[in-house]
Design a protein around this ligand. Structure first.
Ligand SMILES: [Zn+2]
Length: 103
């Protein structure tokens, strides 16, 4: 079974869990919260490549990265949806639905 990376939205703990593709996300092992988000580290290799492309800012400033994100993300998302399907993209890369944030 595939190994997934999660981050707890309650306490920020990051952990790995091995389970089937269609199984629900496990609760946080530290605080027990159900509110965990899957990280994109374990996205399919193909998707990871595209996401890496999006992050290839080199020495770009935060502003440049944000602009690049805003410009590239819709294009990348469409490319991924065409290739992998809406469901897979929403499942593995929810961050593509969001605005860039530089935390
Ligand atoms: Zn937690």
């Amino acid at each position: 079974m595939p190994l997934y990376d999660y981050r707890c939205t309650e306490c920020g703990n990051q952990f790995e869990a091995r389970h089937g593709f269609n199984d629900a996300a496990p609760p946080c092992p530290v605080c027990g919260a159900q509110g965990v988000e899957r990280l994109i580290l374990t996205a399919p290799a193909e998707m990871r490549g595209v996401l890496a492309e999006a992050g290839s800012g080199g020495n770009a400033t935060k502003e440049e990265l944000r602009d690049k994100w805003a410009e590239e993300t819709p294009k990348l998302r469409k490319k991924l949806v065409d290739k992998l399907g809406e469901d897979t993209v929403s499942r593995y890369a929810p961050s593509l639905n969001m605005k860039y944030n530089d935390q």
